[in-house]
Design a protein around this ligand. Structure first.
Ligand SMILES: [Zn+2]
Ligand SMILES: [Zn+2]
Ligand SMILES: [Zn+2]
Length: 360
């Protein structure tokens, strides 16, 4: 039998399954969980500002054979060209639970920029000359919600002043673009001929010229910039953008199951930490998780600390349940995977399927 390195002994299987060899740090699940728990307790004591929520699996449960078969039959029946026969008749040879972790770092940032804006002047308060305008980071703007993308625009105090409208040169009206200020246009009914089906055109009285509908014959329209006021209020606008930047890594050593399958399924939360700035995880039993955390924290620091403000960070470690199922059907052995809390199924070599499925 092939040697399987990262499997934990199935705990809830109906019949005893051969205990697979574990070379994964040579740790039993018990020692693993105790060690990790100790590290986390220490962290809570040392770091009063951080909120640490700890939930962890004492053991990684393998799914039962009943459930493994049930989801496999369902999987086969959903595929139009798969026969459910193999799923119904198969014989289990081994169920292995594989340690698969998903590390996620979220960095919630705020960025600010300013730009000049105008609005028609209707007698609003003008305050550019009665105080000093605050810098863009001096204004206190409440954060709508943590870890959610959002935008806001705020008027900066002591920046508003009144100026004449540049579009209409303070006149409040602009030249009508339809009639080029003449107030008259070619008659639409007779196309300017003055005749309509051998009769004099009634719309223009035979002149071929009609009053411009856009401006009502005035040759000008109300200025769309100042709405006819002739004056504009200029002010500095603060634009704020809150963004949740997510860095996700799935740590998985078994190449038979494509990694993209594991990115969206639901996992079990093992660890959550939230703080203005989190430190990389250093004591997780699987070193790959520590390395992923170190890299994510470094990357987000480099990316965001100079361009915007980091308001909050949250890092989570999830355990994604993955079971590798070995079975035999008609004297041939096959493998499929059941993964995620949703019990999704993945297999490359389903025994009976018609040719069109291999193209799909
Ligand atoms: Zn006109
Ligand atoms: Zn006409
Ligand atoms: Zn104007």
């Amino acid at each position: 039998m092939e040697r399987r390195d990262d499997s934990a002994p199935p705990t809830t299987c109906k019949r005893p399954v051969e205990k697979s060899k574990s070379t994964d740090d040579d740790e039993s699940d018990e020692i693993w969980s105790q060690r990790w728990k100790k590290q986390l307790t220490l962290k809570i004591e040392l770091d009063n500002n951080s909120i640490v929520i700890v939930l962890f699996a004492q053991r990684i449960p393998a799914i039962t054979e009943e459930l493994a078969q049930e989801v496999f039959i369902e999987y086969a029946s959903r595929k139009c060209c798969y026969s459910v026969k193999p799923a119904k008749e198969m014989v289990f040879t081994d169920l292995q639970s594989l340690k698969t972790y998903r590390y996620c770092l979220e960095t919630f940032t705020e960025s600010r920029s300013t730009e000049w804006a105008t609005e028609p002047y209707n007698g609003q308060v003008v305050n550019a000359y009665n105080g000093v305008a605050p810098g863009k980071w001096d204004l206190v703007v409440p954060v709508p919600a943590l870890f959610q993308d959002c935008k806001a625009e705020v008027r900066i105090p002591h920046t508003s002043s009144v100026k004449g409208c540049h579009s209409c040169l303070r006149l409040g009206r602009s030249v009508c673009g339809e009639c080029m200020a003449s107030g008259r246009r070619q008659c639409g009914l007779c196309s300017g001929s003055g005749w309509y089906f051998n009769n004099q055109c009634l719309a223009c009285g035979g002149t071929g010229i009609a009053v411009c509908i856009s401006c009502g014959g005035m040759g000008s329209t109300v200025c769309s910039t100042c709405y006819g006021k002739g004056k504009l209020l200029w002010f500095l606008k603060l634009k704020i953008k809150w963004k949740n930047n997510i860095h996700k890594t799935v740590l998985y050593k078994h190449s038979e199951l494509p990694i993209d399958q594991l990115e969206k399924v639901t996992g079990e939360n093992l660890f959550t930490e939230m703080n203005q700035l989190v430190y990389p995880v250093v004591s997780f039993p699987d070193n790959a998780v520590n390395a992923a955390s170190r890299e994510a924290v470094r990357a987000h620091q480099a990316q965001f600390s100079t361009t915007c403000r980091i308001l909050q960070q949250r890092q989570t470690i999830e355990l994604i349940p993955v079971t590798r199922v070995h079975y035999s059907w008609k004297e041939k052995t096959h493998i499929y995977f059941v993964y995620g809390a949703e019990h999704k199924v993945y297999t490359k070599d389903y025994p009976v399927k018609c040719c069109c499925c291999s193209i799909l």
